[in-house]
Design a protein around this ligand. Structure first.
Ligand code: UT7
Length: 334
């Protein structure tokens, strides 16, 4: 799916993020599995990640992020009429984490549901919220991208354990006078789905009953390097922009080598690229809003800037969004 944003102008007016308190370094992981700091840094760029406590579930880390986003946008929770939570690690299959959060936050008029598109979930969710707002069906939306992948990792599998972390980000979307979303490109290739999957987590029976993430890292790497470039190029072309027009490039934070590859192929200036994978690892749906918050706080994300977001992940899925930033969003970082 690809298209320019039509209808009312919609933008991000509030941003908030939250990560669990517990930090796990590469050295900490090397005490659990046969790995080491040098391998992890060289192959991924990751130095540490946040890990949810035993009794901390998805909605627990979403709640502070959501409150911060609402506060920044200066809106009452009760005025939100759409809440989408992009995640693959909800508290449970149902009730949805969005319904739980709508109740906790006090949003009696909100349509609330979860959306699963792997690490691309946040980009899918803002596209969907945008469409509902631009058409007038929704007046004000809260979109959360969050995951606690630590809960579904095999803590004896070094090939996946070292990559992921937990985190949440939330944005308020509303009508604005100028700027805002310019276009979206979204896609999925279920044929490659078994390269990154969670067999046994749904209604299909599998011989292997373990409910852990399984990944063919090399296949996902090849997919990622391809779509991070093709998706970004497609949306820029659709919206009559070039990479030189982009002020801030926010790629999904999976692996610094994947980001470096995209930066080289696209020809983005490195100083325009947001990288924080070293401190959070791959937080799945939380990754792009966490990176946006860091960019806002280091002064790069200011009103008037053209921002390119590109994600990829399980599904396999990918997605890009182009937005002219409209609001001051400093103070969102974790
Ligand atoms: O949101 C999407 C989520 N997924 C991804 O983004 C993953 C994409 N893939 C990747 O980022 C990379 O493929 C990895 C970081 C997962 C792996 O890097 P790689 O350069 O593709 O390594 P590899 O899988 O080819 O493994 C190289 C070696 C192997 O040893 P041998 O066979 O050469 O002796 C692995 O057994 O590294 C070994 N290895 C490790 N060694 C130390 C694999 N994991 C580890 C580890 N520590 N954690």
């Amino acid at each position: 799916m690809i298209g320019k944003a039509e209808g009312k102008r919609i933008s991000i007016t509030g941003l908030g993020v939250h990560v669990p308190e517990k930090v796990m370094t590469n050295d900490d992981l090397s005490k659990l599995v046969d790995t080491n700091d040098q391998w992890i840094v060289e192959r991924t760029g990751i130095k540490e990640r946040r890990i949810a406590a035993d009794d901390e579930a998805l909605t627990d880390i979403c709640l502070p992020a959501a409150r911060r986003a609402l506060e920044m946008a200066k809106v009452d929770a009760a005025s939100i009429d759409l809440l989408i939570v992009a995640t693959v690690t909800p508290d449970m299959a149902f009730p949805s984490s969005a319904a739980i959060l709508a109740d906790q936050l006090g949003m009696p008029d909100a349509a609330a549901y979860d959306l699963a598109a792997g690490c691309t979930g946040f980009v899918y969710a803002i596209a969907q919220a945008h469409a509902m707002l631009a058409s007038g069906l929704s007046k004000r939306a809260l979109v959360i991208g969050a995951d606690v992948l630590s809960k579904i990792l095999d803590w004896t599998d070094r090939s996946t354990l070292v990559l992921f972390g937990d985190g949440a980000g939330a944005v308020v979307l509303e009508e604005v006078d100028k700027g805002g979303f310019i276009g979206f490109e979204l896609g999925a290739d279920g044929g490659g789905g078994a390269s990154l999957w969670l067999p046994g987590s749904g209604s299909r029976k599998f011989e292997d009953p373990e409910k852990f993430v399984k990944m063919n890292g090399r296949e996902v790497f090849k997919f990622a390097t391809r779509v991070m470039v093709s998706s970004a190029e497609a949306i820029l072309d659709e919206c009559d922009k070039t990479i030189d027009d982009v002020d801030v490039y926010v790629p999904h934070q999976a692996n610094v080598r994947i980001i470096d590859h995209a930066v080289r192929k696209l020809g983005v200036a490195p100083e325009k690229t947001v990288i924080n994978v070293q401190k959070y690892g791959n937080t799945s749906s939380g990754s792009i809003p966490l990176a946006l918050a860091d960019a806002a706080d280091d002064g790069r994300l200011e009103p008037g800037k053209l921002v390119l977001l590109t994600g990829m992940g399980a599904g396999l899925t990918w997605g890009s969004a182009l937005i002219e930033w409209t609001h001051q969003t400093t103070g969102a970082a974790a």
